[in-house]
Design a protein around this ligand. Structure first.
Ligand SMILES: [Zn+2]
Ligand SMILES: [Zn+2]
Length: 734
């Protein structure tokens, strides 16, 4: 099989998939290390993006770069170039296997030219840029060969099941009598939470998140946990349990479920509605087998593993923790949590969530570490609700409120306050509307008729009676708030009698966008209340601070401890906390993604195996899901910094002489029109390099010629420009 076929079998996904991809393009990765917690923000925002896509449409794909239309040597060369392109293209169409051969013949030109198709073309069967490895300087060739070697198994497409791959994790010893825990993601980063528990012949999975690209991965849409270990043990997987509906817990599902054999998915109703909404954007996927678990503490058998669930407080409703009962005690993973408290005294209702642990034997605690750096207790939600209530009551003029669409409780409170004070509510932004619908469908929200009005009715009520609830508090370019700030919404003009409340923190990376939003709005004279500048609390984190984490440790008193959900430093801090609270050092393991941990010897030992589950990065790049594309990423980094330099030479096969002066194409590197001297010297260098190498050699070793040209040209350009562009020599023997 080849992946062109598998592309072609999946045409219906083009549109929805593209939407999802578009939805991600502006999102920044969150470092999770902030005064106020930023994790839930990134998730919330992500949900805004995924559940309701108001963001930009991406106009170009990474593969749509330099087209060789403007060759520095003019039209004379382009006809010849095209000829080589055509012959090369017919080669390239033989399929991707061809590209794995160490053959950099004339096809290179075509490979280069094939970079031109836009995203959709690539989807329809044009191999994408990374599948065509151009020759280049010696330093990079090692990378290429490594890539080539890894290629057949690593470069997978989303329908992984039809790709034959060598087993990668079968050397890992079987679990035997032990209990095995593997955090596949989320323990070296904020995002892509996923872990598995393996006992006997059964595996259960907890969560399947993703994380957004960062500056290290240009052009990538999402990063997924590596599920190879699971893919190779599909028949043991009994269930996937989703603790709540944030994207760092559900984001990976559309990409992962298929690969792990679509196991039944256990979660609460609201979470299932959010997952359904998201899955509907991927209509080619098989339906998910949902098993709704609403009742706390009721035992569910997954294979031979007994699992129970318990409710936790988080910034999204219906968040739940997971208990796995083993003969040696419970394994507890509360998921993301915070505590409802009054002045650091946990409320009786919250205490009840955890009373099932009183006097019980907790074998292992897997605890989230997001806010471990923040001392004390986090701001409880009720304070935020009270403050928003007061703002809604006291504001004169129209009130515009921006918040994350996944803050269901907060949205519900805004709606209730509007009803209480006789205000009319306009809901703007698709994700906000979607989530209000989901909340109504889940029975969490009842809205009195007449409370919500449409945007068109805004002028039928006095300004004092108007509240607009909108998305876009992160400064998203195409969301309601930013468009309103530039007065580009029909029949809606912000004025100096309006007030804007931003009830959200800023996701790291969005600072500039939010600043721009606030500047725009301030220019219109609008009063702004933001959580940073306001002396009242109008936003709170969804994750417990250190005090709350400590409270939970004291509640569970675990024998073994594994910190999860955070960057490495956070996990370390969390491990220290556990040790300070009395867990012996040897009973604590700070894992990395893919670390295999076992509870051995009848529940008496916590052991880190020396071998790891496959853990190389899996990226979603357009329509491709791959385990590793280091070379592609490096190329993008180089392209963005140093550009690309293409040399095309026509060599007389019998004499080894050039048929004409070589053509040079440069993009993002040197502006050739203004560098005539450099251009002349480059041509001369290329010509003499080639003719020196080819002199007296029959037949001409084209690969060797390319290496020499790449190396000499690379050195020369570095001397002349202090830049190291990607060099693509295209050598054509005629
Ligand atoms: Zn969460
Ligand atoms: Zn989370």
């Amino acid at each position: 099989m080849n992946y062109r076929n598998s592309y072609n079998t999946r045409p219906p996904i083009v549109k929805p998939f593209q939407q999802i991809i578009n939805a991600s393009t502006n999102t920044a990765q969150d470092s999770g290390n902030n005064n106020d917690n930023n994790l839930d923000k990134s998730l919330d925002m992500a949900i805004e993006r995924a559940v309701g896509t108001e963001s930009t449409s991406r106009t170009s794909t990474p593969t749509s770069s330099a087209h060789p239309s403007a060759s520095a040597t003019g039209p004379r060369s382009s006809a010849e170039y095209n000829r080589s392109v055509n012959s090369a293209r017919s080669n390239a169409q033989q399929g991707p296997q061809q590209n794995n051969q160490a053959d950099y013949g004339p096809r290179d030109a075509g490979q280069y030219n094939d970079r031109a198709p836009q995203g959709q073309g690539a989807f329809q069967g044009q191999p994408q840029g990374d599948q065509m490895m151009p020759a280049r300087g010696p330093k990079r060739r090692t990378q290429i060969s490594r890539h080539k070697k890894a290629d057949p198994t690593k470069r997978t497409v989303s329908n992984a099941s039809d790709v034959q791959k060598a087993p990668e994790s079968l050397h890992i010893p079987p679990v035997g009598e032990n209990i095995r825990i593997i955090p596949l993601g989320g323990v070296e980063e904020i995002g892509m939470n996923m872990s598995l528990i393996e006992i006997g012949n059964d595996i259960i999975i907890i969560d399947a998140g993703f994380k957004f690209k960062d500056t290290d991965t240009p052009g990538i849409d999402y990063i997924l946990p590596n599920t190879k270990y699971l893919e190779e043990r599909k028949d043991k997987i009994r269930a996937i349990i989703i603790t709540h509906g944030h994207l760092d817990h559900i984001g990976g599902l559309p990409f992962i479920m298929d690969r792990i054999g679509n196991p039944p998915l256990y979660t609460r109703n609201l979470t299932s509605l959010m997952i359904k909404k998201r899955q509907s954007e991927f209509p080619h996927l098989p339906p998910v087998d949902y098993r709704i678990v609403e009742r706390d503490r009721e035992s569910v058998k997954l294979g031979n593993i007994s699992v129970r669930f318990f409710g936790v407080s988080h910034s999204i409703p219906d968040a739940m923790g997971v208990i796995v009962d083993t003969p040696y005690g419970m394994i507890v993973n509360p998921g993301d949590f915070k505590l409802d408290h009054r002045e650091t005294v946990v409320t009786a209702e919250e205490e009840k969530n955890y009373d099932l642990f009183d006097g019980k034997n907790v074998l292992l605690f897997m605890g989230e570490s997001t806010n471990i750096e923040n001392p004390g207790f986090s701001t409880p939600d009720y304070i935020v609700h009270e403050n928003l209530d007061e703002i809604i009551r006291a504001t004169h003029g129209r009130l515009i409120m921006g918040m994350f669409a996944s803050h269901f409780h907060r949205i519900a409170h805004v709606i209730m306050a509007c009803e209480k004070y006789g205000k009319r509510l306009i809901i703007e932004g698709r994700s906000m509307k979607n989530n209000v619908d989901i909340a109504i469908a889940a029975g969490m929200l009842k809205i009195k008729p007449g409370t919500v009005i449409s945007g068109a009715e805004i002028d039928q009520y006095p300004p004092d009676k108007i509240v607009v609830l909108a998305t876009g508090a992160q400064g998203d370019e195409f969301a309601f708030l930013m468009r309103a700030s530039t007065n580009s919404i029909k029949n809606f003009r912000l004025t100096d009698r309006d007030t804007l409340v931003l009830s959200s923190s800023i996701i790291p990376g969005n600072e500039k966008a939010v600043q721009k939003l606030k500047d725009n709005v301030a220019r219109l004279g609008v009063k702004i209340i933001h959580y940073r500048t306001s002396d009242v609390y109008i936003h709170s984190t969804g994750h417990g601070n250190r005090g709350e984490i400590e409270w939970l440790h004291r509640k569970l008193r675990p024998k073994f401890f594994i910190p999860i959900h955070g960057h490495h430093y956070m996990l370390r801090l969390h491990a220290e906390l556990a040790e300070n609270l009395g867990v012996p050092k040897e009973n604590v393991i700070v894992p990395d993604d893919g670390t295999i941990i076992e509870i051995q010897d009848g529940g008496t030992k916590l052991v880190r195996l020396s071998t790891k589950a496959p853990n190389n990065t899996v990226m979603v790049d357009g329509f491709t899901i791959g385990d590793i594309q280091d070379v592609v990423i490096r190329d993008r980094q180089i392209l963005s910094q140093d550009g690309i330099f293409v040399v095309i030479a026509l060599i007389n096969a019998s004499t080894g002489k050039l048929k004409k002066s070589p053509d040079i194409i440069s993009r993002g590197s040197v502006y050739l029109r203004e560098s005539q001297e450099l251009l002349r010297e480059t041509r001369y260098l290329v010509k003499s390099c080639i003719e020196q190498v080819t002199q007296g050699s029959h037949p001409i070793n084209i690969d060797y010629v390319k290496d020499v040209v790449s190396e000499s040209l690379g050195k020369f350009l570095f001397q002349q420009t202090a830049k190291k562009p990607i060099i693509i020599p295209v050598m054509i023997c005629v």
